[in-house]
Design a protein around this ligand. Structure first.
Ligand code: ATP
Ligand code: MG
Length: 418
């Protein structure tokens, strides 16, 4: 679990703001859920024999003896909240949320025990138009972030629960004959969650799968038609994708469309956004049957990617613009008032007033370390003359005395060229 320190938060804010702006442009509404839910909710939605529920959840009894869990993902809680507050009945919804998620995994690059997602859930639309819109929206985000060339879309349809049941039987039947040749994880999954074997990283297992029954052959007609239409909509929108017949996702609630946006620039932890359709979940959690589709983006991985590729704009740095120093009692009062005037006149400009006293030299050192482009220097003489010394800190230009009434104008010229 990581602390996100002040020098890292500007890039987090940049990513959050960019995503928020794009979601807003598609009519998404934000929802904020608690971080803790009843353990039962995750077991019933994600599935008892998934990696998350079997070994990754932070679960504890609270003082009443209720079993609670730190949310490992957002979909279950979002469905719970939307259902509980009547947001789903007879209406369509485009919702999003962001916040920390918790999974007890082996920490490594791009994989942490507390990580952050931005999640999107759409309700009441049977698709495939909304499936396509989700992917068009994510493609816009990648373009906006400069990631379009560094991400690719993999797509699959995993059909109805019935289709998956039939496929599972055939797959288990086939793989049981090769049980001893499978990797350890896959052997275990053969009894618990055989579909997950499809995305085993083991080469020998993958070779065995070449001749295994194909999920595609078990797809029901409706899922097949849905998938064909979706591909047509993506083609029409100019969204490139590859169909990966072995993409199944690790959570039980998905059906029909599943997808992942993957980057090849981060090594093994390359999935930056993943999701799919989950039409059965709302009913499974006690609501009326409600079509649903969504995805979640991993913030840490996206930030790692932006930093690795040098795509964080230079302006995203949390730097100060103007640092106001003051020497002497009357200068301090003048500095506070002058700083207020500058903030009034220059919205968006970061003005830091030196507080805490100290020598002229130490104040100037702090001004320099703040990253400010200008220092404003006030001493007793300037207070009396109603001027300020304006010192450029990042260029060789000379310091000059400016009437305080004209300081905002001079700074605007220096900072913004106007
Ligand atoms: P993976 O195959 O990488 O374990 P997942 O299938 O468990 O991913 P989801 O539950 O679909 O992932 O979560 C969506 C996204 O959240 C992932 O694509 C990834 O970007 C991010 N994510 C998932 N688990 C972690 C983690 N432990 N640390 C950081 N990011 C994560
Ligand atoms: Mg995982």
């Amino acid at each position: 679990m990581n602390d996100i320190l002040p020098d890292q938060t500007p890039v987090w804010q940049y990513l959050e703001d960019t995503v928020r702006q794009i979601l807003g442009a598609y009519g998404y509404q934000e929802i904020r859920m608690p971080i803790v839910e009843q353990t039962e909710l995750f077991k019933r939605s994600i599935g008892e024999v998934t990696d998350i529920v079997e070994k990754e959840m932070y679960t504890f009894p609270d003082r009443n003896g209720d079993n609670l869990t730190l949310r490992p993902e957002g979909t279950a809680g979002c469905v719970r909240a939307a259902e509980e507050h009547g947001l789903l009945f007879n209406q369509t919804r485009r919702l999003w949320y962001t916040g920390p998620m918790f999974r007890h995994e082996r920490p490594q690059k791009g994989r942490y025990r507390q990580f952050h997602q931005i999640g999107v859930e759409c309700f009441g639309m049977t698709g495939p138009d909304i499936d396509a819109e989700l992917l068009i929206m994510t493609a816009r985000l990648w373009r906006k972030l400069g990631l379009a060339e560094h991400t690719r879309l993999e797509l699959n349809s995993i059909g109805t629960a019935q289709a998956r049941r039939e496929f599972r039987l055939a797959l288990v039947d086939y793989l049981t004959g090769f049980r001893s040749e499978l990797d350890g994880d896959s052997q275990r999954r053969l009894d618990t969650n055989p579909l997950r074997i499809l995305d085993s990283k083991n080469e020998n297992t993958q070779r065995l799968l070449d001749r295994a029954p194909k999920l595609d052959d078990f797809l029901d007609d409706e899922s097949r038609a849905h998938f064909e239409s979706l591909k047509g909509l993506l083609d029409a929108a100019g969204i490139a994708y590859t169909v990966n017949p072995r993409l199944v996702r690790g959570l039980d609630y998905y059906g029909k469309t599943v997808f992942e946006w993957i980057t090849d620039s981060l090594g093994a932890q390359g999935t930056v956004c993943a999701g799919g359709r989950y039409d059965a979940l709302v009913e499974q959690l006690g609501g009326k049957p409600t079509a649903a589709v969504g995805f979640a983006m991993g913030m840490e991985r996206l930030i790692l990617l932006l930093e690795t590729l040098g795509l964080v704009p230079a302006s995203v740095n949390g730097d100060v613009d103007v640092y106001v120093t003051a020497l002497g009692e009357s200068a301090v009062a003048n500095a506070l008032a002058l700083s207020e005037q500058l903030r009034n006149a220059l919205p968006g400009c970061v003005v830091v007033s030196h507080c805490g006293g100290g020598s002229f030299k130490s104040q100037m050192k702090k001004a320099d370390r703040s990253g400010a482009r200008y220092a404003v220097i006030l001493g007793e003489n300037e207070v009396v003359a109603e001027t300020a010394a304006l010192k450029p800190l990042r260029s060789g230009e000379p310091q000059q005395d400016v009437p305080q009434a004209q300081l905002a104008q001079a700074l605007s010229q220096g900072l913004y060229g106007a």
